[in-house]
Design a binder for this molecule. Sequence first.
Ligand code: HAM
Length: 363
Amino acid sequence: MGETTDIVERQIFKIEGKDNIILRPEGTAQVIRYYLENSLYKQSDFYKLYYTGAMFRGERPQKGRLRQFHHIGVEAIGSDSVYLDAETIELAITILDAIGIKDKELKINTLGCTKDKEKFAKNMKEQLAKRKSKLCEDCQRRLQRNPLRVLDCKKDDCKDVVYSLNIKDQHLCDACRTHFNTLRSLLDKSGIKYNYVPHLVRGLDYYTNMVFEITSTKLGAQDAIGAGGRYNNLVYSLGGEQVPAIGFALGLERTLLLLEDAQKIPVLQVFVATTAESLLSESMVILRKIRNANLLADMDYCAKSLKAQLRRAQKLSARFVIILGEEEQKKNLVILKDMECATQEELKADEAISKISNHFKGE
Ligand code: HAM
């Protein structure tokens, strides 16, 4: 991940003992190691991969900042196309849009290729050296080893220094400038709103070229929902050929905090209740049909009384309950109970399901 990467310097989750164990802090470097160790490059020159899983960082926990959290990540290996940059950003935005996270901001920047990034770092070092005394202790140290990290410091004094710097795209070569301008016009064409933030850098050393972050003011201090960018040198620096790559990771817990805030956590829509154990297998047929209609549904297997099952449906906030009783079964009907309006009617199971579907379509 790079020696001056913040995670490596300060946040490694280490278990010391006979065998020193380090828990993985992120997925990108491992995916590339997997790609190299399994010689995936021999089978295809382009890959799109994804992963979800627990990550660990030795951080000071606070709201939205945990020691164990989860990433949903994607990595595309083998292409430097600007269209892939656009697709990657669009994918992250589309996922968040699809689950109903509206309040978000996309920030983009480009560090340029390795040479441009070096120029950028040198320029920042010169400008920051003149303001060294105003920087926090960590940043004074970073100034020597990795001046770009200062741009990412969350301390107010350092932020003020960063805002006072002259940061534009002077460090970019013609090819990197054209790449970035094309990306911006592709995002404009696809209607994706973004802010170009010239001081946006990322805490991981491997990034080159385009970087992005999706933030939400609703999250408070830990405002990044997800982030990513290009890392065109990582395959090479882990021992492979010069293979360009790009990806991002969304933080699952922060995504859930936003969904909770917007009351978008999906709740159960239908609960299936049964009055006799002998009806359970038929209830399961109905449950399957409900789920096939794309509704969130569940049922009870504990042979509890109808009353207890209705209580459980209420606890799970199910809007509808389909009751299959012995009487109804004889008539080939079910009872559809609307828990909010406290009404109920007898219907054929299929009719009940389409009635429920229609109800949720309107939402
Ligand atoms: P990252 O910015 O370190 O990037 O992590 C991505 C997301 O994980 C953050 O935006 C945040 O939502 C979440 N996250 C990070 N640390 C914590 C924490 N301590 N507690 C809760 N959530 C957290 C990466 O790790 C890169 N591997 C992303 C990437 C993939 N770049 C290219 N491909």
